[in-house]
Design a protein around this ligand. Structure first.
Ligand SMILES: Nc1nc2c(ncn2[C@@H]2O[C@H](COP(=O)(O)OP(=O)(O)OP(=O)(O)O)[C@@H](O)[C@H]2O)c(=O)[nH]1
Ligand SMILES: [Mg+2]
Length: 283
């Protein structure tokens, strides 16, 4: 006999955690998701880890899918979204997708503010703005490149263009696929949604992660990020002139705003300092 349809469809949220070699932190990240509203599925995509990330994730209560070989963060995100879609039901709307980094640990419990605007249909994509991280050692080259590209393409200047801790509707996610490869994924996603007129909010969240420092490994990580963001940006037809210093970036922010002043731009200061960004109209 067919199952009776429930009269009130329920909005639900799936947490997707792309993870590579995160055995040290993944369990606390997963446990912290218990504090997040409307979450009924926590999915870890173990991307060819050489450590016990998968097993530890299962023991911590997550659903785990594994790429036998490393395929990169973007492909892990796509795998995660596909698995969630298989678990969605006809009775309820597609789950919203909350992407968390595996290295957030206990602080993942503070990602809750990303969910409410999506459930209330006030935003299609929310992006966490993290506080300054202890030990972070970058000079802002990659952030500035991504920021300038988003400003150029979408018409607003993001505070946290590389932040991967994001919640979005299924519709918004699909509009950004196929995702850009590697570390360009977040920049490209924001550009795609900004260009398509989706509402994007940046929301401060008290999140902590293992920030890249100044050692060689961190510098190589940043070089790979820079390469991937540049590739993603170029592939989207944007040419961003080199302008690397932090001072230059803040100059850019105000300059870009004034140049964008010709169209519709909605920016709402709300409790918690949320800002909604909508693409200016083309005039
Ligand atoms: N699926 C997948 N996930 C990855 C890969 N590399 C890193 N990740 C995950 O992506 C998330 C972010 O990676 P991090 O190494 O913390 O990099 P980041 O925090 O974005 O970069 P920084 O801010 O510069 O430290 C974590 O959850 C990682 O486990 C990968 O090759 N595949
Ligand atoms: Mg990190």
């Amino acid at each position: 006999m067919p199952r009776a349809r429930r009269s009130t469809p329920q909005q639900r949220v799936a947490v997707i955690i792309p993870a590579k070699n995160e055995a040290g932190r993944i369990a606390s990240t997963i446990r912290a998701t218990a504090a997040l509203p409307a979450v009924d599925l926590v999915l870890v995509v173990d991307d060819g880890s050489a450590d016990a990330t998968g097993q530890i994730s299962r023991e911590a209560g997550a659903v785990v899918v594994r790429h036998p070989h490393n395929r990169g963060k973007a492909e892990a995100m796509e795998t995660g979204a596909a698995v969630v879609a298989m678990r969605d039901t006809d009775d309820d709307p597609p789950r919203h997708l909350l992407f968390l980094d595996a290295d957030l640990g206990d602080s993942a419990a503070n990602a809750g503010p990303l969910i409410a605007p999506i459930m209330a249909e006030e935003a299609d994509l929310t992006i966490a703005v993290l506080p300054a991280q202890h030990g972070a050692g970058g000079h802002g080259f990659v952030v500035n490149l991504a920021r300038r590209a988003i400003a150029r393409a979408a018409g607003w200047v993001p505070k946290a263009p590389l932040s991967g801790i994001r919640c979005l509707t299924r519709k918004a996610f699909e509009s950004a696929t196929p995702l850009a490869r590697g570390w360009g994924v977040e920049t490209a996603k924001t550009i795609a949604l900004g260009r398509a007129g989706f509402d994007v909010q940046e929301i401060p969240c008290e999140l902590r992660h293992r920030a890249s420092g100044k050692d060689l490994r961190s510098q190589m990580h940043r070089a790979a990020q820079y390469r991937d963001v540049l590739l993603a940006v170029s592939a989207r037809g944007l040419r961003i002139a080199a302008q690397h210093t932090g001072r230059a970036a803040s100059g850019l922010a105000s300059g870009e705003w004034s140049r964008q002043g010709r169209g519709r731009r909605r920016e709402q200061e709300r409790p918690g300092q949320r800002e909604t960004h909508t693409r200016p109209s083309q005039t």
